[in-house]
Design a protein around this ligand. Structure first.
Ligand SMILES: Cc1ncc(C[n+]2csc(CCOP(=O)(O)OP(=O)(O)O)c2C)c(N)n1
Length: 578
């Protein structure tokens, strides 16, 4: 039964009550005319509001919070430009399945449709950018909508949900009506997986001679790392984790191969190409992973587990489709695997031994490049040092570009939720604000924000937010003096005709950080690196370390766009035929 709680409140206070009941302890936003009643109510709330310096970063910070914890991240913006500034973050969380609730203010209900000051059709604009969106029309429906928004954001395949609230709803007075049950007839989540299909999958896994696990971000989202680890160990399976899944299986686990795809390792891509059974778990066969689809895992049968039925068969038709929560499905699969173990395991032992020998050979043949240089800092050297100091334990956020790929290749993540980056959308400017959100959520953790000199310059305003909360984020700029990934593509695929990729001006890091009241430094010599990073970590507050690296360095291996993932190149023009 629904009962009204005693106190008469306005809509803004009711919204805060909803947020408190959803366990929100902090959220990220920027005020404006129509959200002023909400910001007024905030004065008396225990929920922390983090004032970012741009709404896009409110959503990125909420994503950092959500990605680091698995909880719903919350952001808030005013109508018109505030709401439209959120769009990139919404699409980013949509592409990477991150649970976000975005609250936007809207002009007074009476003015909607009149081109009022700061009116935008937020509901219409954000429809394709969100998992779901709501426009609140009455105060009575506000609590129900807000609780439904949290439910939809976090359940099934997570994603962003936007709640647009006109100013008069914030101001109207009424009671908070508790919402005991969520009833959404049109929204069904299938979690359990089909028992018969799970049994067939278990049998196929034992019968395969060259099985290969392809783990995606769903493993992290579902909290399925223990189950994945159990599966991999029980059947001694080689496993790759996509860019979204790094840490889903510990990078230090002996069965972990690496990341696959465009900048994945030789062993990962050859394993995918040559396997006879691909076990795809919580993953969406993204083009950056599969390369040319016709040649992807061309000899393999495919088991595909995903909570989103729309992903099954989207890019590759599986032999065994299983719709369900990958954690629940793996729990059941592991059980059946155990039942079949004694009968099946010995049968393929010899074939499996050969498969592992092949994979180890690929690993040894072409490991990731970790070379160092005498006079210059190589990007790989920088990532190696961060890896050493993290020991697989630090939270590392990254921006988008070459540095992101080197970080993903070379830094270990021994747990899920340590590696935070914009995978699907590839949004530059993500690294710094997401680090801010992650550090807010996990004050106990060492947090590195690894940025390119391009992406960093997109997010400089958030240095103010970091400073004002004394967040001890270690901001590491991998400064190659250019838009490195653009330069790499222009060099390799446009005859080295460099066009608008130079970044010939960069602020003095010491002065820039100093202007915000914290420490910064620039280094450019290999012998300075270890000590400079250690000094940054020792500093109790934020630190900006600008690391000038070798400009000409390219990320390899690389699968040229449109090629099969076995057609990796390892240098400027020498394609390796395999
Ligand atoms: C918002 C946005 N604009 C443009 C791009 C296209 N883009 C991808 S990587 C890249 C270069 C990034 O340069 P930098 O931040 O210096 O990182 P680096 O590649 O040098 O490591 C660009 C422009 C993008 N991903 N996001």
């Amino acid at each position: 039964m629904q009962t009204e709680t005693g106190k008469l409140m306005n809509g803004a206070e009711i919204l805060l009550e909803c947020l408190a009941r959803e366990g929100v302890d902090c959220f990220f936003g920027y005020p404006g005319g129509v959200t002023l009643p909400f910001y007024d109510a905030l004065v008396d709330s225990h929920i922390r509001h983090i004032l970012v310096r741009h709404e896009e970063n409110a959503c990125f910070a909420a994503e950092g919070y959500a990605r680091a914890t698995g909880r719903v991240g919350v952001c808030c913006a005013t109508s018109g430009p505030g709401a439209t500034n959120l769009i990139t973050g919404l699409v980013d969380s949509m592409m990477d399945s991150i649970p976000i609730v975005a609250i936007t203010g809207q002009v007074h209900s009476k003015l909607i449709g009149s081109d009022a000051f700061q009116e935008a059709d937020t509901f219409g604009i954000t429809r394709p950018a969100t998992k779901h969106n709501f426009m609140v029309k009455t105060l009575q429906e506000l609590p129900k909508i807000v609780h439904e928004a949290f439910y939809i954001a976090a359940s099934g395949r997570p994603g962003p949900v936007l709640v647009d609230i006109p100013k008069d709803i914030f101001q109207a007075r009424g009671h908070y009506v508790p919402v005991d049950t969520i009833h959404l007839p049109g929204y069904k989540v299938f979690t359990e997986g089909h028992t018969g299909q799970i049994r067939r999958a278990a049998q196929l896994i034992w019968e395969a001679e060259k099985p290969f696990v392809y783990a995606g971000g769903g493993i992290v989202a579902a909290g399925a790392s223990p189950e994945l680890t159990e599966l991999v160990e029980m059947a001694d399976l080689p496993a790759v984790c996509t860019l979204m899944a790094l840490g889903g299986l510990s990078s230090s686990h002996p069965n972990f191969i690496s990341m696959p795809g465009m900048h994945g390792s030789y062993a990962a891509n050859m394993g995918m190409t040559d396997c006879d059974l691909l076990i795809a778990l919580g993953t969406r066969f993204d083009d950056r992973v599969t390369g040319q689809l016709q040649s992807f895992a061309r000899h393999a049968r495919v088991i595909h587990v995903d909570i989103d039925p729309a992903e099954i068969g989207k890019n590759r038709t599986p032999d065994i489709p299983i719709v369900g929560d990958v954690k629940r499905v793996l729990q059941k699969l592991n059980k059946v695997m155990q039942e079949l173990e004694a009968e099946f395991k010995p049968k393929k032992a010899e074939a499996r031994r050969k498969w592992w020998t092949q994979i180890r050979d690929w690993k040894e043949e072409r490991p990731y490049d970790r070379s160092r240089a005498e006079g210059e800092i190589k990007p790989q050297h920088l990532m190696d040092e961060i890896d050493r100091l993290s020991g697989g334990q630090a939270i590392v956020t990254s921006d988008v570009g070459q540095h992101q790929m080197w970080a993903a290749q070379l830094i270990r993540f021994n747990e899920p939720r340590l590696w935070i980056n914009s995978g699907g959308l590839g949004a530059m400017g993500f690294g710094l604000p997401s680090a801010l959100g992650a550090q807010m959520a996990r004050p106990d953790k060492l947090v590195f924000a690894i940025c390119g000199d391009g992406g960093f310059q997109m997010s400089i305003p958030e240095l103010a937010t970091i400073a004002s909360h004394a967040l001890p984020v270690k901001i590491i700029v991998m400064n190659n003096g250019c838009l490195g990934m653009i330069r790499q593509w222009q060099e390799l695929f446009y005859n080295n005709r460099l066009s608008s990729c130079e970044l010939d001006s960069f602020p003095d890091a010491e002065k820039l950080a100093g202007a915000y009241g914290f420490k910064g430094r620039t280094i450019d010599k290999p012998w300075q690196l270890a000590q400079a990073l250690e000094e940054a970590i020792k500093e109790p507050g934020p630190y900006l370390l600008n690391v000038r690296v070798r400009r000409e360095e390219n990320v390899y291996p690389m699968v040229p766009a449109g090629a099969g993932i076995h057609e990796m190149v390892f240098g400027p023009v020498v394609p390796v035929s395999v």
